[in-house]
Design a protein around this ligand. Structure first.
Ligand SMILES: *Cc1c(COP(=O)(O)O)cnc(C)c1O
Length: 428
């Protein structure tokens, strides 16, 4: 143990902070065990899919040009489909980010005159322009797709009666976000999402149910496609890329939906058959293989932080005792100085750009300044340890990721140390 405190001391962490860390880890033994058993299940599930699809070295070959008969790409898509329990999957470096994957899933399956319904509150911020809630060229609204939204009830549950009332002949698709994102509502479990989908389909069976799965992958042993979702959509620089994928997005779902998504991504008539992998396959396969354990590390970091900051009297969302359905942790720090110090600590613990000091800036599209900390191998990757928060009450920091549990831990300890050093938090 002393040898561990020695190296932590060299990293600037005091013994007082380390004592609190020890206490937290002892208190969280059972929680960590549960996280490990989810990772163990998912690791076996991914490995089984790789066995069943006979993964071999030729899968990792780079293709260029049109990318016809790309064996590695096609095999990887079969593996994703098996792991997600879906008929088909589209997993591509040509999908530039999560928003792009979601935009493809929406625009491929909605036609002029159709209506999109968000039955569980508004969609992720970046989808507002995709849908046309905020005007934008090429929005769904411009193409004649209308939009309706049903808010959650005050207690955070689904408003089934209002959803029933919102569904009409025009309703073609429902979009449900698994993770809370930057909202204050709790994240939904896959089971809750399944109930909602069942209800929607009981009213109108042909409504396509699409789940924004960002940050949720592998936090449970099932995914939304196991409980009736027609599509689950996410980013490869979050959970399923395992920190190795340098770009990309995925859509898992029914053959019919995925065919349309492929036609929208490339061109009608071409679909899934084109799209060279440009040498991304090793990172996609290996990242997906590592993902269950990378997600477990991120979950441990989130629970650990939540325990420590609860101990210090701060409000955390979710609480350390609550079940987790995504990797995001929020801590309400209640002052601008604390929010800055926390982000400085996260930055200082990162393997990349550790010497940089994050400062708040006026980011386009936000009504207050935002501070962000991320020292990542893959630019903007948020499966790597990262934190951000808007500079306004309650000065909540949202953080996620950490490629390994131990680096997530170091990030949280460094953040706490910054707070202690600046006299913004007192330890007894
Ligand atoms: C990150 C995220 C997105 C958008 O993904 P980008 O890769 O940033 O475009 C959409 N929905 C949720 C819930 C997210 O967390």
């Amino acid at each position: 143990m002393n040898i561990i405190s020695d190296i932590y001391n060299k990293l600037g962490i005091s013994n007082k902070v380390l004592r609190l860390a020890d206490e937290a880890e002892s208190a969280l033994t059972d929680k960590f065990k549960k996280i490990d058993s989810i990772a163990e299940y998912n690791q076996a599930k991914v490995t089984l899919a790789m066995h069943n699809n006979r993964v071999n070295a030729t899968c990792f070959a780079a293709t260029t040009g049109y990318g016809y008969n790309d064996f590695g790409r096609d095999t990887l898509e079969n593996i994703y489909a098996e792991v997600f329990g879906s008929e088909a999957a589209l997993v591509r470096p040509q999908i530039t980010c999560g928003t792009h994957a979601l935009a493809i899933a929406l625009s491929a399956n909605l036609l002029p005159g159709d209506e999109l319904l968000c039955p569980a509150g508004g969609p992720y911020d970046t989808l507002e322009e995709v849908i046309g809630i905020r005007p934008s060229p090429c929005s769904l609204k411009e193409y004649g797709v209308s939009y309706k939204q049903v808010e959650l009830k005050e207690d955070g549950t689904f408003d089934y009666e209002a959803i029933r009332a919102a569904i009409t002949d025009k309703t073609k698709m429902a979009e449900i976000q698994r993770s809370k994102g930057y909202k204050t509502r709790p994240s939904f479990s896959v089971e809750q999402i399944g109930e909602l989908i069942k209800f929607i389909k009981s009213i109108k069976p042909d409504i396509i149910c699409m789940v924004d799965n960002c940050y949720g992958e592998f936090t449970q042993i099932i995914e939304p496609t196991h409980v009736g979702a027609d599509m689950a959509v996410g980013s490869l620089i979050k959970n399923p890329g395992g920190g190795l994928a340098p770009i990309g997005g995925y859509i898992c779902g029914t053959q019919e939906c995925i065919d349309r998504c492929a036609y929208r991504l490339s061109a009608p008539g071409l679909g899934q058959e084109v799209g060279a992998n440009l040498g991304t396959m090793t990172s996609f396969y290996q990242g997906f293989f590592l993902s269950p354990n990378v997600v477990a590390g991120a979950l441990k970091g989130a629970v650990f932080a939540s325990y420590i900051f609860e101990k210090l009297g701060f409000n955390t969302v979710p609480k350390s005792t609550e079940e987790r359905f995504d990797i995001i942790q929020a801590v309400e720090l209640l002052s601008a100085e604390r929010l800055k110090a926390f982000c400085e600590g996260i930055q200082a613990a990162a393997p990349v750009d550790s010497y940089v000091t994050p400062v708040p800036w006026a980011m386009p599209g936000y009504d207050s300044e935002v501070i962000m900390a991320a020292g990542t191998f893959i630019q903007g990757s948020s499966i790597e340890l990262s934190a951000d928060g808007p500079m306004r009450e309650p000065y909540a920091v949202f953080f996620q990721g950490g490629l390994t549990w131990h680096n997530a831990k170091l990030g949280i300890l460094t953040a706490l140390q910054k707070l202690v050093d600046k006299g913004l938090v007192k330890l007894d």
